[in-house]
Design a protein around this ligand. Structure first.
Ligand SMILES: *[C@@H]1O[C@H](CO)[C@@H](O)[C@H](O)[C@H]1NC(C)=O
Ligand SMILES: *[C@@H]1O[C@H](CO)[C@@H](O)[C@H](O)[C@H]1NC(C)=O
Ligand SMILES: *[C@@H]1O[C@H](CO)[C@@H](O)[C@H](O)[C@H]1NC(C)=O
Ligand SMILES: *[C@@H]1O[C@H](CO)[C@@H](O)[C@H](O)[C@H]1NC(C)=O
Ligand SMILES: *[C@@H]1O[C@H](CO)[C@@H](O)[C@H](O)[C@H]1NC(C)=O
Ligand SMILES: *[C@@H]1O[C@H](CO)[C@@H](O)[C@H](O)[C@H]1NC(C)=O
Ligand SMILES: *[C@@H]1O[C@H](CO)[C@@H](O)[C@H](O)[C@H]1NC(C)=O
Length: 526
């Protein structure tokens, strides 16, 4: 009896040991650089679940010195040449417990930062996941200077190269090719996903594109213009941040919060909010919380479409409701760094370019030079649609960096070639109320959209997780009717759920029809 128990436990022990060492051995015997043209090996390591990885070479500006890993993975890090003058730093995290799915992650801002948190999040959900530095390291634009090849990497080539490389590595390591391929990104990463669907429709079967930075050149110009509206900090008509964050935002809410019938500090549909800043005009001798004439004009410009003198649209208005965070960057009284870097290094190759002189000529130059073909404003994605690809896009309704009105415009321009019913078969757009740029905010903003602790805090199920929603759409033909977002208490998963809310598929909008705004049943998409 005892002997039988001992041999049984020895058997179990050796099974579990060989179970992990087999994958570990396979990983360590792998020669990834042999399967990717132009590659050199930086790292090959087996990483056991519950390890915290450190990245000593990662530039400080990326603010990603460590990453918790929660699945057993084979980690491959390569440098891959993309031209004679350019290369990408590439990571593939290949999980032992592989679902057969492949996934690529995107980047943000104008940065060259690998989103380790997204690679960890997706590989722990069974995806063979890859990411790259998008052609350069760090967050500033200097590596673009006199280096158009790096701009091309940034615009589209790094992602395409990563998808090719990652799929080859998957086939070689696991001995079979992936079943379906996916993409996950937000902001610049949202744009990368749309660009991929346009230029390489076969790269991905399903794409999650959050707050996509589409019409990129005009987005850069729109952001550059705020400094010319607000003036510098301390200039005569400069509106201080505290005003934006308190009484100006309060007035936006006073005018617009209850259009959706719920007084919850969240504007469901900012398209219905025709904010009138004149109500804040100082009366008589008042010097309290009020605006002078030139201040009112600033607000009117910020909340109006940006147009050329002849009326032609450059970029849509900022949506009201986003000011609390928008003032930290766009209305902060300093040139917006991403835009200034883009003009200096990617567009003009002129480090002395002065952001104070920004004008319509710069808008025209950005759009006509279109560095690296970064524009990304497809009005048809027929190649992607024809092969059965699916896109889920979402946008925070108080996005402080990219106005949600731009995604609405893009969706409507696509519809010009299709119809809502036809688009519903391959692209669905969810407007996420109370969400800032890609994450955070007072609303039910957690959708499984990324690997930050809170953003990934929801179960991997289609109704609550955008990534699983696109997976089930691709693999089972079940299209998401809505995405139910989650608000955690203090945005802390361990404190539990505060409330959830279903975010409607555009063009539907949410209206409060019940008694308790924290109850998802109290809302209706109409
Ligand atoms: C990558 O490019 C660099 C610079 O051109 C070159 O020195 C290196 O040999 C290339 N590496 C591979 C693996 O092709
Ligand atoms: C990792 O840690 C979690 C939580 O501490 C635990 O539940 C899990 O069993 C651990 N996994 C492994 C493979 O050790
Ligand atoms: C980026 O940093 C990595 C180290 O993390 C380095 O190997 C690589 O050469 C850098 N890439 C560029 C383009 O400077
Ligand atoms: C990648 O490019 C960077 C910047 O040009 C360079 O410093 C680095 O040596 C390159 N890496 C390889 C492997 O060619
Ligand atoms: C402004 O203040 C002065 C002095 O307090 C007062 O005499 C005057 O009536 C005020 N004007 C208005 C328009 O309220
Ligand atoms: C930038 O342009 C502004 C407006 O023309 C000018 O006042 C300022 O001195 C310039 N700054 C630099 C560093 O040239
Ligand atoms: C949530 O945060 C607020 C403000 O920081 C704090 O007062 C409150 O105690 C926190 N609630 C919980 C449950 O931790």
């Amino acid at each position: 009896m005892l002997a039988a128990l001992i041999s049984l436990s020895l058997l179990l022990l050796s099974a579990s040991v060989t179970g992990s060492t087999a994958f570990e051995k396979k990983c360590l015997a792998f020669e990834p650089e042999k399967f990717v043209p132009g590659a050199t090996r930086n790292v090959l390591q087996y990483v056991a679940a519950n390890t915290t990885l450190t990245f000593p070479d990662n530039v400080a500006a990326c603010n990603r010195g460590t990453q918790a890993v929660t699945a057993n993975i084979c980690r491959v890090a390569l440098s891959i040449n993309t031209s004679k003058q350019s290369n990408i730093t590439f990571e593939a995290w290949l999980p032992e417990d592989w679902s057969g799915r492949f996934l690529a992650t995107g980047n943000g801002g104008i940065d060259g930062c690998i989103k380790y948190e997204d690679i960890a999040y997706t590989s722990s959900n069974g995806f063979a996941a890859v990411g790259s530095n998008n052609g350069k390291n760090g967050t500033d634009g200097l590596p673009f200077f006199n280096n158009p090849e790096t701009v091309i990497d940034f615009a589209w080539r790094a992602l395409h190269t990563s998808a090719d490389a990652g799929k080859s590595l998957v086939t070689k390591l696991y001995g079979k090719s992936h079943s379906k391929s996916y993409y996950l990104g937000c902001s610049l990463g949202g744009r990368q996903g749309i660009k991929s669907a346009e230029k390489f429709p076969d790269d991905f079967d399903g794409i999650v594109a959050g707050a996509p930075a589409v019409d990129f050149n005009n987005l850069v110009s729109w952001r550059a213009r705020f400094f010319t509206i607000t003036g510098a900090v301390g200039s005569p008509d400069f509106i201080p941040a505290t005003a934006w964050k308190t009484w100006i935002h309060d007035e936006v809410l006073r005018q617009c919060d209850t259009i959706d019938k719920a007084k919850d500090g969240i504007i469901e549909d900012p398209m219905l909010c025709n904010f009138n800043p004149s109500t804040l005009l100082c009366k008589g001798n008042s010097t309290g919380n009020c605006l002078l004439g030139p201040h009112v004009q600033q607000l009117k410009k910020i909340f109006s479409d940006y147009r050329f003198p002849n009326g032609q649209l450059i970029f849509p208005a900022m949506q009201p409701g986003s000011e609390v965070l928008a003032v930290d960057r766009l209305y902060a009284g300093a040139p917006f760094a991403y835009s200034a870097n883009w003009f200096k290094y990617a567009l003009y190759n002129d480090p002395a370019w002065n952001a104070s002189t920004f004008d319509f000529d710069d808008v025209r130059a950005a759009e006509s030079l279109n560095p690296g073909d970064i524009r990304t404003y497809p009005i048809s994605l027929s190649g992607f649609e024809r092969r059965g690809g699916k896109i889920v896009t979402y946008h925070g309704q108080q996005d402080n960096q990219i106005t949600t009105f731009n995604t609405i415009r893009w969706y409507n321009d696509l519809k010009g070639y299709s119809s809502t019913a036809a688009m519903d078969r391959w692209i669905r757009f969810f407007r996420v109320s109370g969400m800032n740029h890609c994450n955070s905010g007072p609303g039910a903003w957690v959708l499984g959209q990324g690997g930050n602790a809170a953003a990934a805090g929801v179960p991997f199920e289609r109704k609550k997780n955008v990534l699983k929603a696109v997976v089930d759409w691709v693999e089972q033909g079940v299209a998401p009717p809505y995405i139910e977002g989650t608000k955690f208490v203090n945005d802390t998963v361990s404190l539990g759920v505060d409330f959830t809310r279903r975010h409607c598929k555009y063009p539907l909008r949410n209206t409060f029809v019940g008694a308790n705004f924290k109850d998802p049943e109290s809302w209706k998409c109409t």
